[in-house]
Ligand binder design. Structure first.
Ligand SMILES: Cc1ncc(COP(=O)(O)O)c(C=O)c1O
Length: 458
């Protein structure tokens, strides 16, 4: 293994990190992480950090889960990869057989890819081609939400609504129909002081009106609506009510528009149910899954559709209805082995449902932060929680952008043995399903200390 010194030398000269202004690291180095165990990561100097962001929201069962590690090791001696067109393998079959047990039976056709963005690209192209294959050539557009984030490839960016990530690329994008975000944290009709779990918001889903109009006015030209169900993650961990999804399902169906749920972030237990859509009792036409699909071990994704969509592609070769899409690592056996073991563990341990006490502890700790005037909204769903940091809630004053409060929080958190990686001024927690009350106690003690220091630094 390269030493810390050698790692940093190479990193500084040659490695361009994602979502990073590299100049921010002119006078400081990237942390060199050498080991992971449970909820913690360890650096080359032996310091430990609570990984409260689950390594980009992928890790669900803690780092270096032994059973998943052993399953991948065993797979390495059997089959590491095979072309997935014209060939299949038992590891993909077993994985899908297990996964279908967790999903609604109408979601029955599984298309593999290898990350969240590709899962979304597949969903967009699939829903577009569905209508082309049916001869409804005008249905080419997508309806999406403001604050949406679906990945960084051009298709995913075209249905994205976070201006910091997406605005610059406008000349490259296809045009989508954007609808206001149903975000409860900025809703002027909210009756409760904080969003919390949205149950006290007391609205009548007035925000759906704009979506309803968009669907009805554009049904003739719209292929699908795409949403992140219940939680808009990268847009700021924004929550909305399950009734919005119920109205969306009904309206889309009545107007012949497909519904795509992007559960890349929310899937595999993170929202307190196996999938977020289950809390709403709705079922999409297409669902996109990745991140927690291998508990953070291997890159893998699936885009799952109904028989109805699949059947629109199923015809003689010269009908030209084939779905011409695929990636080199499609259905990779090592990733499937990790996925199989992950699903077996979730089933055996009845996760996320069996870890209720930690969830209650997490939510109550979040609520207690309301005593601080520098905390504006507080919200949570399952193992995800977020707080907006402001100068003063009472005086309604925000930090100026140039103060970069999020960056300060990140840097101080690392000194405190914790990884907090705010989205703008929103500090969030994306905890693994195996987190304990003791971990949560420690994480919140450290977080309070970090926040108190960050908001007082000039
Ligand atoms: C909801 C959602 N969709 C898609 C993606 C893109 O996933 P990936 O980074 O694996 O391409 C993300 C990533 O954060 C996401 O949160």
């Amino acid at each position: 293994m390269y030493s810390k010194k050698k790692t940093i030398e190479i990193d500084r000269v040659h490695i361009w990190h994602p979502f990073t202004q590299m100049k921010d690291f002119e006078n400081t180095d990237h942390k060199v992480i050498v080991r992971g165990e449970g909820i913690k990561l360890f650096d080359a100097d032996g310091n430990e950090y609570y990984d409260t962001v689950s390594s980009w929201w992928t890790n669900t069962l803690g780092h270096c889960n032994r059973d998943i590690g052993n399953a991948v090791k065993k797979q390495l001696d059997t089959l590491e990869h095979v072309i997935f067109a014209g060939f299949t393998h038992p590891f993909a079959a077993e994985f899908i057989d297990l996964l279908k047990g967790f999903l609604h039976p109408s979601l029955s056709k599984y298309f593999f890819s290898d990350n969240g963005s590709t899962a979304v690209e597949v969903a967009l192209k699939m829903s577009f081609q569905y209508w082309q294959n049916l001869g409804k050539k005008e249905k080419t557009r997508f309806i999406m939400l403001d604050n949406a984030y679906h990945g960084d490839t051009i298709g995913a960016v075209s249905v994205g609504g976070v201006s910091m990530y997406h605005k610059l690329y406008k000349p490259l994008m296809f045009e989508s129909i954007k609808v206001k975000s149903p975000d409860c944290s900025t809703c002027h009709l909210r009756k409760s002081e904080f969003t919390f779990d949205t149950s006290g918001c007391g609205c009548n889903i007035e925000c759906f009106k704009e979506m309803e109009k968009a669907i009805k006015d554009n049904s003739g030209i719209t292929a699908a609506v795409i949403v992140e169900p219940l939680l808009q993650g990268a847009g700021g961990m924004l929550l909305y009510k399950k009734e919005y999804l119920q109205l969306l399902e009904k309206t889309a169906k009545e107007n012949d528009v497909l519904v795509i749920y992007d559960e890349v972030a929310t899937g595999f237990g993170r929202t307190g149910s196996m999938f977020a859509y289950q809390q709403a009792g709705t079922v999409p036409d297409i669902i996109c899954l990745s991140k927690g699909i291998t508990a953070g071990f291997m890159p893998l994704a699936v885009t799952v559709s109904t028989d109805n969509i699949y059947n629109a592609f199923y015809d003689d070769y010269f009908s030209h209805k084939t779905f011409f899409h695929g990636h080199s690592y499609t259905g990779n056996p090592l990733a499937c082995a990790a996925g199989i073991e992950n699903l077996k563990i979730l089933k055996k341990e009845n996760l996320p449902y069996s870890n209720k006490t930690a969830l209650e502890c997490f939510h109550s700790k979040l609520k207690k932060l309301s005593k601080y005037d520098f905390i504006n909204d507080i919200r949570y769903i399952g193992f995800i929680g977020a707080i907006d940091v402001v100068k003063s809630r009472k005086e309604k004053t925000l930090f100026e952008q140039k103060e970069r409060i999020g960056k300060k929080i990140y840097e101080i958190s690392l000194k405190n043995g914790l990884i907090l990686r705010p989205l703008g001024d929103t500090v969030y927690f994306f905890l693994p399903l195996i987190v304990t009350d003791k971990d949560i106690d420690e994480i919140f003690k450290k977080t309070e200390d970090v926040l108190l220091r960050a908001v007082t630094i000039k």
